[in-house]
Design a protein around this ligand. Structure first.
Ligand code: NDP
Length: 245
């Protein structure tokens, strides 16, 4: 398999897109470290499923909003497997609402989880990543097209990942390490359930007229992480059913 012998860290691997990414990379041969914030049972279940695939798996509670905890997750993953080949910065929070109603706490938390943590984890990972390693950041279609009001904070946070991704690609390219950004469209998860209040509105903004599945995002992560993705770097890739066109 393409990822045999590789070790990956997936943040927010206990549910949703991160869960699908963790399982897919394990199916492709990688050992998986994952972080979670509060859902220890869900993380344990993902670990069991990865082990059932014959891969090693390790889960650690790490609040991305807490810098030491975020960094420690990277160090722990590298120590657990003795190497680190792939970092997937997936953990994220969505706080939507009119700008007048967003508190300073909202701003600090969303920027800490969605921007500062991916930065710090990429920084920590860069010290461990093998030559030819991979960083995949998970952004949002709302970094490309803000189709309805209420996205000031979330869009700000996800757009910041464009700069991070391009600069990482430039800096780490000489080591053969790629950095890319995936912008998912509406994807059926706890964060954004396909039967939620605004689901019809969101589906209506896509060309395909439907929500995506977590596995459809994971497939693109797997391509970028695998050998076939080796010449893609610094790219922002929409996996959004046409939301942003
Ligand atoms: P979910 O809310 O379903 O899952 C979030 C995951 O992140 C969980 O594993 C959760 O852990 C973890 N997490 C949340 N907060 C923290 C934190 N402070 N520290 C560490 N881990 C944390 O989200 P999705 O799967 O939907 O989203 C995944 C990514 O995709 C996010 O970055 C999101 O912004 C992005 N995205 C999602 C879209 C969608 O429509 N679903 C669309 C576009 C982008 P725990 O289980 O322990 O709570």
């Amino acid at each position: 398999m393409t990822l045999d012998g590789k070790a990956a860290l997936v943040t927010g691997g206990s549910r949703g897109i991160g869960e699908a990414v963790a399982i897919r990379l394990a199916e492709d041969g990688a050992d998986i470290a994952l972080t979670y914030h509060s859902q220890a049972d869900r993380a344990a279940d993902v670990v069991d499923r990865i082990k059932a695939l014959g891969r090693r798996a390790w889960a650690v509670r790490a609040d991305s909003a807490d810098a030491p905890s975020a960094r420690a997750a990277v160090e722990g993953a590298a120590a657990e497997f003795g190497r680190l080949d792939i970092l997937v910065n997936n953990a994220g929070v969505g706080v939507l609402g009119p700008i007048a109603e967003l508190s300073l706490d909202d701003v600090d938390r969303v920027l800490a989880v969605n921007v500062r943590a991916p930065f710090l984890m990429a920084q920590a990972a860069a010290a461990h990543l093998t030559d030819g390693g991979r960083i995949v950041n998970i952004g949002s279609c709302m970094a490309e097209r803000v189709a309805f009001p209420g996205g000031t904070l979330y869009s700000t946070s996800k757009t910041a990942l464009t700069g991070l991704t391009k600069a990482l690609a430039r800096e780490l390219g000489p080591r053969g390490i790629t950095a890319n950004l995936i912008h998912p469209g509406p994807v059926d998860t706890d964060m954004n359930p396909a039967d939620g209040e605004s689901a019809a509105l969101q589906s209506g903004f896509t060309a395909l007229g439907r929500y995506g599945r977590p596995t459809e995002i994971a497939a693109t992560v797997a391509h970028l992480a695998g050998d076939d993705g080796r010449y893609i770097t610094g790219a922002s890739i929409a996996v959004d059913g046409g939301f942003a066109i």
